[in-house]
Design a protein around this ligand. Sequence first.
Ligand SMILES: [Ca+2]
Ligand SMILES: [Ca+2]
Length: 233
Amino acid sequence: MDTLLGFWDRIEDFFTGKSNPKLSEFQQKKLAHEFDLFFDLNKDGCLEWKDFELAQKNICQLSGWKEGTAKYKAVHELFTSLWRNLQATGDGDSDGAVSKQEWYSLWESIMKAKYLHEREMKRREKKKPDELEELDVLPPDDFVPQWLHQYIEYKFNLYDRAGDSMIDEEEFEYTLSLFNINSKDCRAAFKMMSQAGERKIDRPYFRQLALEFYLSDEAGDLGNFINGVLLYD
Ligand SMILES: [Ca+2]
Ligand SMILES: [Ca+2]
């Protein structure tokens, strides 16, 4: 039965191209913005360790963490691991830098992993209870690479200036002002994400929004607002 399912999946893939997803223009615009503003800090058009070193310096300065303190060390470890993991999966031609084209390919490979993951989840859902094994239970975000988990966590902490595990409007506006994002747009974006204050922006909700930002092609998804930008033109 599994073989048969695999066969039909392959036929579907062949005709729909679903297992080889390509970024839409909208997705490319979002990801280019993220690349230019939050990753390529020295603005030389590619990602290298230098960018992560700068990001690490900035966050420590912003938070008042001096060299030699435990916080400083933890940030250094996080950025070292983030860069190593990103380079391992993103630097296709192994030249020590992630170019914008490699950045796009990286996201397409994550989209592919998400598609295959969702297909596998569906396949397992069809199994009868007595056919299920322990291994059949997949974590819902199993397809998310480690560096992305780390990065989303870092982004959340960057916004959460007070460290109370919740992002409020003031923190959001303040952090993004450091990246020259317009205050009015930030407030409007925050209103959308928080559904006019109805929804608290805690870690799990932010993670969901971030994955929408990075992977979804839906213009109406609230995750599109996580960088305080209303339109990507
Ligand atoms: Ca750079
Ligand atoms: Ca490269």
